[in-house]
Design a protein around this ligand. Structure first.
Ligand code: ADP
Length: 421
């Protein structure tokens, strides 16, 4: 392993993993703190997906440190702490506390913090974060339910979260290229800065920052700043030029779609799959709650379908319908019931021989991944922006696509299979 990454949420981890694959690194994603480094599949980069963005800081720190331990034991030569490109955090954390703890663990006197991702409309200029043309504090992020971002000056934001001295490597330096940035890091260090916010308003800036960070034991930022990292390892002769997907072998076997997402994009995808004649079973929380249907009944139906084509089991429904059900069962109970059922169905389908699975919904994917006790997923080809096929480690190997609600084109459930070798 060359690069060990810790991401503070699951979709962010996938973004970062995809960025590294594009850069030529064979990448594996691990869901939750890795149990044993020895069990991790061979890869150039490992991305641990935590759910630590808004947990209490002590928890985020403990899980990040435990992940760092496993990554270092697996041989990681550099650590990357990935957070949101809008710097989602509060004055309590968790970006500051986790960065600080990782610095202490690595004995790292200086690191950078760069959430910029110009391709996704996130730019940092003179330390201020812009979302498109608006300052962070004027963007919808100011009203985020968990992490309202009301201050666009990242030096101030991060200073409130850490005891370490925060400084800035400004646009003029970044614009002058990798060497100037590396010299900027040295200057900042001489001035006592321990964490430098780094400006970036274009991909070429991100590449130059990545290059300048070759010698840092810890890098922190959004997935954009990972753009320049693979080349650092290539320059040192540690990474070849082969296609990182060359060994991605999808297991053969029957295919299924499980959808517990009610997002607009998923509703369209489900409708399109039904129109295309994919055998489909619609399940709802009320009939599960009354015992009218059950995971066993769904599996019985699935077992009777033609296994040469994908089948679909979904709880996806329009918001009005869901609201009615939630009023009767309670929102959390209804959600948990559907998630548990789909996770049980996933286990049953695998027992029936299914080896290729699309799961729609962030929470639903989490439940299915837990239900199947999956630890590590090797990243494969990207189906639509942000959603790759993955291959699970362990027995039996599965091809899995975990799609968060609003991702993917309307024909996602139809075309995804074509990408599997
Ligand atoms: P998304 O990524 O679209 O937000 P999630 O899976 O994260 O999807 O969230 C959807 C939530 O809605 C889950 O908790 C799921 O169990 C719940 N849910 C799905 N279908 C139904 C339904 N028919 N009735 C009630 N709750 C549902």
């Amino acid at each position: 392993m060359l690069l060990g990454c810790i991401a503070d949420d699951l979709t962010g981890a996938t973004d970062l993993a995809l960025m590294l694959v594009r850069g030529g690194m064979r990448t594996v994603q691990v869901v939750g703190v890795p149990q044993r480094a020895a069990d991790l599949p061979a890869a150039d980069a490992v991305v641990v997906a935590l759910k630590s963005r808004t947990t209490p800081p002590e928890e985020a720190v403990a899980e990040s440190l435990a992940s760092a331990e496993a990554l270092l034991a697996g041989g990681a030569k550099q650590l990357f702490f990935k957070y949101c490109s809008t710097f989602d955090s509060t004055d309590k954390g968790n970006i500051g506390p986790v960065t600080e703890a990782l610095m202490a663990r690595l004995d790292c006197p200086f690191t950078l913090a760069c959430p910029a991702f110009p391709g996704n409309q996130r730019a940092v200029f003179q330390g201020h974060l812009f979302v498109g043309t608006t300052l962070l504090s004027d963007s919808p992020l100011k009203d985020h339910p968990l992490t309202p971002m009301r201050d666009p000056n990242l030096v101030s934001v991060l200073s409130r979260q850490t005891h370490r001295k925060v400084g800035l490597v400004p646009f003029e330096t970044v614009e002058a290229g990798a060497e100037a940035i590396a010299a900027g890091f040295e200057r900042a260090r001489d001035e006592g800065v321990e964490i430098a916010i780094v400006d970036a308003i274009s991909d070429s800036h991100l590449v130059a920052i990545g290059r300048a960070a070759a010698g840092l034991s810890l890098i922190t930022g959004g997935s954009g700043v990972a753009m320049g990292l693979p080349q650092n390892f290539r320059d040192r002769g540690l990474l070849g030029g082969e296609d990182p997907l060359r060994n991605f072998a999808a297991p053969a076997g029957p295919a299924a779609i499980l959808s517990g997402s009610c997002s607009a994009a998923t509703q369209e995808q489900v409708a399109m799959a039904e129109e295309a004649g994919i055998p489909a079973y619609r399940v709802d929380a009320l009939s599960l709650s009354s015992g009218e249907t059950s995971a066993a009944a769904l599996l019985d139906w699935a077992g009777r379908q033609d296994s040469s084509r994908p089948l679909m089991i979904y709880s996806t429904a329009a918001p009005e319908t869901i609201r009615g059900v939630q009023d009767r069962l309670g929102r959390d109970q209804a959600g948990a019931l559907v998630e548990e059922t789909l996770a049980e169905v996933a286990r049953g389908l695998v027992d029936q021989g299914v080896r290729r699975l699309i799961v729609a919904g962030g929470e639903t994917s989490g439940a299915v991944v837990n239900g199947l006790s999956l630890q590590a997923l090797e990243i494969g080809p990207e189906i639509d922006p942000g959603v790759p096929w993955t291959r699970s480690a362990g027995e039996p190997p599965l091809a899995l696509a975990l799609k968060s609600g609003n991702f993917g084109a309307p024909d996602f459930f139809l075309k995804a299979w074509d990408l599997l070798p």
